[in-house]
Design a protein. Structure first.
Length: 218
């Protein structure tokens, strides 16, 4: 999709992040003309005729921005750490979509042996590999795409690396946090070329979003 007449396209991550970023965008004056929740559409015009929203899978949001199909995007730091994007700048920590990237294990097993070669199942293999490497721990990583909680229950893995918010999902599956890797939140990202070519159009939008984040602190 070409960005004609300096229209600004913002790629939003579906799911939890969308629920929390829409009110923030509304506070920044960007409101979709129809309810995103109640629609199956993927492109939404907004109250600002120059701004259009795309609703994409959370793990795809950086890709839309990387290739310039969207100028701006909202993506979780977890996704950004896994994505190999060269054409993206992270502009603002939006302080929404907050959670923790954790190592989790079965409640009914002993503490993780930090000297053993653990089998670690995760969707977040890059972050997991980096975390264990930094600690000089050798691990065998098993890439999964979802329902990671299952892996330790059927002995596919000793532990998992996953996002934890309330901890309800872990508890419901007899798991618990063993180690916290890092805090996660959603970020406003921009396509590097757009940031130069559409600076005049983008700056007021970025500032309005930044102000909305600032105002929430008070
Ligand atoms: P919870 O049960 O509240 O701890 O949430 C855990 C589940 O929700 C896991 O499957 C996570 O992958 C997912 N999750 C939690 N927080 C986020 C977030 N901020 N962004 C994306 N997924 C999340």
């Amino acid at each position: 999709m070409k960005n004609k007449n300096k229209e600004i396209v913002i790629a939003l991550s579906k799911g939890r992040i969308l629920e929390q970023s829409l009110p923030l965008l509304a506070e920044a004056g960007i409101k979709p003309l129809e309810s995103i929740k109640e629609s199956r559409k993927l492109i939404f015009p907004t109250t600002n005729p120059k701004i259009k929203l795309l609703v994409v899978r959370a793990s795809d949001a950086p890709t839309y921005v990387e290739y310039g199909a969207a100028d701006l995007g909202i993506a979780g730091k977890d996704v950004l750490l896994e994505a190999e994007c060269k054409n993206i700048f992270e502009l603002v920590d939006l302080k929404v979509g907050k959670c923790r990237l954790c190592v989790a294990k079965r409640q009914d097993t002993a503490e993780l042996d930090k000297t053993a070669i653990l089998k670690v199942a995760s969707k977040y293999v890059k972050s997991a590999a980096q975390y264990f490497a930094e600690q000089g721990r050798q691990v065998r990583l098993i890439k999964l795409y979802g329902s990671m909680e299952l892996a330790p229950l059927v002995d596919l893995a000793d532990c998992i690396v996953d996002l934890v918010d309330t901890g309800n999902t872990l508890r419901a599956n007899g798991l618990e946090v063993a180690e916290t890797i890092r805090e996660i939140s959603s970020r406003l990202i921009v396509n590097r070329a757009s940031f130069t070519l559409k600076r005049e159009e983008l700056l007021p939008i970025v500032r309005a979003i930044e102000t909305a984040v600032e105002n929430r602190k008070n």
